[in-house]
Design a protein around this ligand. Structure first.
Ligand SMILES: [Zn+2]
Length: 78
C-alpha cells in the first residue's frame, strides 16, 4: 500500500492496467469491446464475477430505471 498507484483494474476482467496504456482503462481492445457491447446491448451480461459491491448496486439501480424491457431470459453465460 504505497501511494495511490497508477493502475486501474480492467472493468471487464479485472486485470491490472497501467495508466497510459493503449487500451486504458481496459487491458486490451477485446475487453473494451466486450464492455461496450455489454452496456450497449442493455442486457448487462456478466461474464466475469463482480466483486465490487458498488458496481453491483449500480447495476441493480439501472435495472430499476428500466422496467420490464427485457422480458426475455438474460444470458447466463459463464
Ligand atoms: Zn481485461
Amino acid at each position: 500500500m504505497a501511494k495511490k498507484s497508477s493502475t486501474l483494474r480492467c472493468p471487464t476482467c479485472r486485470t491490472l492496467v497501467l495508466k497510459g496504456d493503449k487500451h486504458f482503462p481496459f487491458c486490451s481492445d477485446r475487453c473494451r469491446v466486450i464492455d461496450l457491447g455489454k452496456w450497449a446491448s442493455g442486457g448487462y451480461v456478466i461474464s466475469t464475477p463482480i466483486t465490487d459491491p458498488e458496481m453491483l448496486e449500480s447495476l441493480v439501480e439501472e435495472r430499476r430505471k428500466k422496467p420490464a424491457e427485457e422480458s426475455s431470459d438474460p444470458d447466463h453465460k459463464h
